[in-house]
Design a protein. Structure first.
Length: 331
């Protein structure tokens, strides 16, 4: 066949109607297994691929879920996206990503770009959408704690406040009384910071907080360096994420101190970095894979709903993973 195969060629090869082939290609549940198998076999033999653009123009579902992220460099997204993918796989839904920074030079919103592609729903895992206008036919779920959440949307996030308390309680339980929290911008960091400070105050400990800007390794390094200069008697650091904890460890070692003998360090996010033999970082596990799974499951529910249900807010309990970067302070 010199030309690309068409839906009519598939129908002829399978001995079915064109409309039935169309039903199979959009995964309509009303097709019997026998006919579905016959159509898929014919399509495979002919090398037929559905024209997705034509399906969009025809108004049919694209069987695609869009995910908006802040920055692909942030390892927070790795387990979250794994969870989303696992939840979508049984439904035959594909995943497409949009990064708010990738096209920052263009005057367009990554959310609007996904909507224009007729995605069946969107998982919004990014900051900066307080005035989001959501089309009535596009379900949206927020993944992760956000500084500003548009009204009427479902939220699935790790319990960041509980995570802050876990880290503070661990260090206080080891006997640390000079603890600094290295933080940054964004909704999760703000919630974690408030809970950590509150726990230190409850324990009669002066809250020391340093760091601003992005939750990056450089911010962790600079914040810890300033903290050590202002409070040379500090014995523990709780960083807003594992990447910042790496920067904190670098600053501690640069000051001629040892981890954990002189300064204990706790991170947050349980990234692959934390478990590496080189780091062995004590960290809070927010179970971001579960956040992704629950967000995707909720989105699938919304896509299949005949009426928009009341929005829900689900918090995933975190846990503490203790490794070799924390120990009691030296006497």
């Amino acid at each position: 066949m010199s030309r690309p195969p068409t839906i009519i060629d598939v129908a002829t090869r399978a001995g079915v109607s064109k409309s039935l082939v169309s039903m199979v290609m959009r995964d309509d549940p009303g097709v019997s297994d026998a006919r579905r198998s016959a159509v898929l076999a014919a399509a495979a033999e002919l090398g037929y691929r559905p024209n997705r653009a034509a399906a969009i123009l025809a108004g049919t579902r694209t069987r695609t879920i869009g995910v908006v992220v802040d920055d692909f460099r942030n390892p927070w997204y790795v387990p979250m996206l794994d969870g989303v993918r696992e939840a979508l796989a049984p439904h035959g839904l594909r995943l497409t990503l949009a990064d708010t920074r990738a096209n920052a030079h263009l005057d367009s919103s990554p959310f609007d770009d996904l909507v224009s592609l007729r995605v069946d729903g969107v998982i919004l895992a990014a900051e900066g959408f307080p005035d989001l206008v959501v089309p009535a036919d596009t379900p949206v779920v927020i993944a992760g704690e956000r500084a500003e959440v548009p009204g009427g949307l479902d939220v699935v996030a790790s319990d960041e406040a509980a995570g802050g308390r876990l880290a503070a309680d661990h260090l206080i339980g080891l006997g640390h009384r000079r603890i600094v929290h290295i933080t940054g911008s964004g909704g999760p960091a703000a919630v974690r910071r408030a809970a950590t400070v509150a726990r230190m105050v409850e324990s009669g400990i002066e809250p020391l907080v340093f760091g601003d800007g992005p939750t990056s390794e450089q911010t962790g390094y600079q914040g810890t360096r300033r903290a050590l200069q202002d409070h040379p008697d500090l014995t523990a650091v709780f960083a807003a994420n594992d990447v910042m904890a790496m920067g904190a460890i670098a600053a501690v070692r640069e000051a001629g101190l040892r981890v954990p003998e002189d300064v204990s360090v706790v991170g947050n996010d349980e990234t692959p970095l934390a478990a590496s033999p080189l780091l062995r970082l004590t960290t809070v596990d927010p179970h971001n894979d579960e956040v992704g799974r629950l967000a995707a499951n909720r989105l699938v529910e919304l896509i299949g709903a005949t009426e928009r249900p009341e929005p829900t807010r689900v918090l995933v309990p975190p846990s503490l993973v203790i490794r070799s970067t924390t120990a009691p302070p030296r006497a």
